[in-house]
Structure formats: structure tokens, C-alpha cells
Write a protein that binds this ligand. Structure first.
Ligand SMILES: C[S@@+](CC[C@H](N)C(=O)[O-])C[C@H]1O[C@@H](n2cnc3c(N)ncnc32)[C@H](O)[C@@H]1O
Length: 220
């Protein structure tokens, strides 16, 4: 049985990934966003997962990405790098201040033309967009995960990706231990993970980076 509230990763491994990431990329706007997350305990994906998201999107030549739960644009920053000039990242967030701040950060990072926000419920935002996506990325409140998968999976082109953060929920997804501070989250994440694994149209796995990233490639 895993210990309760397991740290995301071995701290030495985490530092090493960050050290390597720092060799590849530096940006004062990104650092500002990271400092804000530290100061206000805002749950951004962090640099190792940001890198992973960018690499996953680049590996399929993604040009159109939608995020379900964008906060102030940290994960969108990485997707915006991946889609390149003329590409599109649609962000959704229920909080209008996050959208405003995200638009500001991404604009200052030179990525503003690739990103637009929809303020409101993430799935309502998805429903308002037409067509298929190269990547649907999920990071909303965790009790919403099963519904995000049900709606998101239908909007991914063949060869496209569904990516989702916190698929391990500090190990609770593996042990089934309820999260006392957030009732229903462990159960919802486990349901989500099972639904993804059972869907034969997708080849999937959880990469145990940080809090676990679900990677599901649409193959049929
Ligand atoms: C974990 S944070 C996202 C962090 C972001 N992906 C990043 O790494 O920078 C979740 C965000 O989703 C928003 N959110 C949660 N549930 C939502 C929902 N159902 N619809 C829209 N936004 C939601 C919250 O306001 C919050 O800003």
C-alpha cells in the first residue's frame, strides 16, 4: 500500500528533470507564471509536465488544441509553442480573471495570436467549438473528469491525443484511498482512468510524471 499523500515524484528525480528542462528553455514570462503558482499555491502542471505536453503535441504535428481548465495559461503556454505559427489553442476557464491574466502572460510571451479563451464551463466551451481537435487536454476540477472524457473523446481526430493531468492523484488513484479534503475526487479519477483504458478506439497509458499524465492516442 502506498503511503498517504505520496509526494508526486522522488525530489531528486524531479530536480533532475527540471535541471535538464532549464538547459533547453528559458523565458522570464514563464518564470513569472511559475513564481505566481508558488506564491499562491495555484496548481499549474509545472515544467516537466509542460515539456511533456509540448512534446506530445509536437509529436503528432498538432495545430488545434483545446484545454478544459486552463487557469492563467501555464499549460497553454506549452501547447502554444507546439502548435506553431498559425496554430490554435482554445483555453477554457470558469474564472474570468484567470482568462484575463492568461491572455496577458501569453501575449507578453509572444504567443498571444495562437491562444484564445472561452470563459465559463469547460464542456460548454467545448460544445461551442466546431470540428475535431488534434489534442483535447483535461485539467478541470477532478469530479468533472469522467464527463470531460466522454465529451472530449468524440472530438479528437484519429491520430490525435487526449491528455489529462493528475491521473494518479498523489497515488490515491492506485490505492483507492478517498481524498478527505475533496470528496469524490479519487473515485471520479478512477472512473475516468477506467473509462479511458476500456475504450478500444484509444491506445492509452498513464505516464507517472509528477501527478500522472493520462496519454491516450486515438487509433480508430
Ligand atoms: C488545475 S487548474 C488548471 C491549471 C492549468 N492547466 C495549468 O497547468 O496552468 C484548473 C483550472 O480549471 C478551472 N476549472 C475547474 N473546473 C472547471 C470547469 N468545470 N469549467 C471551467 N473551468 C474549470 C479552474 O478555475 C482552474 O483555473
Amino acid at each position: 500500500m502506498l503511503a498517504r499523500a505520496m509526494p508526486y515524484m522522488d525530489p531528486a528525480v524531479d530536480s533532475y528533470l527540471l535541471e535538464l528542462a532549464a538547459l533547453q528553455h528559458s523565458d522570464s514570462v514563464l518564470e513569472e507564471m511559475e513564481a505566481r503558482a508558488r506564491e499562491h499555491s495555484f496548481p499549474i502542471v509545472g515544467r516537466a509536465v509542460g515539456r511533456l505536453l509540448e512534446l506530445q503535441a509536437r509529436s503528432i504535428g498538432a495545430r488545434r488544441v483545446i484545454e478544459l481548465g486552463s487557469g492563467y495559461g501555464y499549460s497553454a503556454y506549452w501547447f502554444a509553442r507546439a502548435v506553431g505559427e498559425g496554430g490554435e489553442v482554445i483555453c477554457t476557464d470558469g474564472n474570468a480573471d484567470n482568462a484575463l491574466d492568461g491572455t496577458g502572460y501569453l501575449g507578453r510571451a509572444g504567443l498571444g495570436e495562437r491562444v484564445r479563451y472561452r470563459v465559463g464551463d469547460a464542456l460548454a466551451g467545448l460544445a461551442m467549438e466546431e470540428g475535431l481537435f488534434d489534442v483535447v487536454y483535461c485539467d478541470v476540477d477532478k469530479d468533472g473528469y469522467p464527463d470531460c472524457w466522454r465529451a472530449g473523446r468524440e472530438r479528437i481526430r484519429r491520430g490525435g491525443l487526449y491528455l489529462c493531468d493528475n491521473a494518479l492523484w498523489s497515488g490515491r488513484a492506485a490505492t483507492g484511498e478517498p481524498d478527505e479534503r475533496r470528496p469524490g475526487y479519487t473515485e471520479a479519477i478512477r472512473e475516468h482512468n477506467r473509462l479511458v483504458a476500456e475504450d478500444a478506439r484509444f491506445a492509452s497509458m498513464i505516464a507517472p510524471v509528477r501527478d500522472g499524465v493520462m496519454i491516450a492516442l486515438r487509433i480508430a
